[in-house]
Design a protein around this ligand. Structure first.
Ligand SMILES: [Zn+2]
Length: 304
């Protein structure tokens, strides 16, 4: 493909000097295509969408306008359009496969190709992993498998949208302490198969110091700085990615004291804090009154 494009470009030097540059930056051009296409599709999908679930109807009637309402109440999302209409999503595919062939085959590829031997011949299947996210604490990971590449990708994206979850960001690095959510609040650990991954908060400007596919997930989730440590067969990409997902899910499961929220730079979680703050003053004044009464009594006793 690349050779053909280059020949054409040589033919029309003046016109296609711009397009000649494009195939050189392979990764960037591919990424831009991926990000462009789905947004166009998503818009058309949402406009022609007829919801089948009650959650879908509520979202379309704008009774629910925030994805956090859905996730905090543990509603089950059965339609990808719910997520599409509530969030501005970006999506990407992870490199879980490798191309086959001699002489430098084994280059990393989006689709993992496997074969079943049958009487008719080899029957290939393609599987891929998609990630979606809004770069603001929401991220989803999905795995799709089909006999051809296009349906596999669609399945993966659909599952990623249904599988969306919220993470908690913060600044738990002792070297930074800026109080802004650019990293993780605490170190988290995830495991899948033999692969174990520990994600640790890093100071501002450090970047994502981890495996490339894991970095893609963290980036789309909105985390900018992280340190990591892994153990096990990390070349098994699927287990690696799933371990990362489990670690990220733990960020929200870990209980953090409300007075630590500011120190760890957790910004986007007010309701829980408010509730706890409301509870405390109700108890405190009564206790204070009791104490003052006791003191008065004590004073009287001492006077007597
Ligand atoms: Zn910081």
């Amino acid at each position: 493909m690349i050779m053909v494009k280059r020949k054409r470009a040589n033919g029309n030097k003046d016109n296609e000097s711009a397009s000649q540059k494009a195939p050189r930056n392979r990764g960037s051009s591919r990424n831009s295509r991926k990000t462009q296409r789905p947004t166009e599709q998503n818009k058309s999908d949402v406009s022609n969408w007829k919801p089948k679930t009650e959650l879908g109807r509520k979202v379309q009637n704008k009774e629910i306008t925030n994805i956090d309402e859905v996730l905090d109440n543990a509603f089950i999302i059965l339609e990808p359009e719910v997520v599409d209409s509530l969030l501005d999503l970006e999506q990407d595919l992870l490199l879980i496969g490798q191309s086959k062939g001699k002489f430098g085959g084994g280059a990393r590829r989006v689709f993992r190709q496997t074969q079943k031997k049958t009487r008719e011949g080899n029957k290939p299947k393609f599987s891929t992993m998609a990630i979606v996210g809004d770069k603001n604490t929401h991220v989803g990971i999905g795995f799709g498998k089909a006999k051809e590449t296009v349906p596999a990708r669609e399945k993966a994206i659909r599952k990623a949208k249904l599988n969306i979850f919220k993470i908690r960001r913060g600044c738990g690095s002792w070297q930074c302490g800026c109080g802004k959510p650019h990293s993780l609040p605490v170190a988290v650990e995830g495991k899948c198969g033999s692969v174990e991954i520990i994600l640790m908060p890093a100071p501002k400007g450090k970047g994502l110091c981890c495996e490339k596919e894991v970095a893609k997930i963290l980036e789309i989730a909105g985390i900018k700085d992280v340190w990591s440590k892994t153990r096990g067969q990390t070349k098994n990409r699927i287990n690696m990615i799933l371990a990362c997902e489990k670690a990220l899910r733990k960020t929200i499961q870990i209980k953090i004291q409300p007075d630590q929220f500011k120190a760890l730079g957790i910004c986007n979680e007010e309701p829980k804090q408010e509730k706890q703050q409301d509870m405390q003053p109700e108890i405190l004044p009564e206790a204070a009154e009791v104490k003052t009464e006791d003191k008065d009594n004590n004073n009287k006793k001492t006077k007597e």
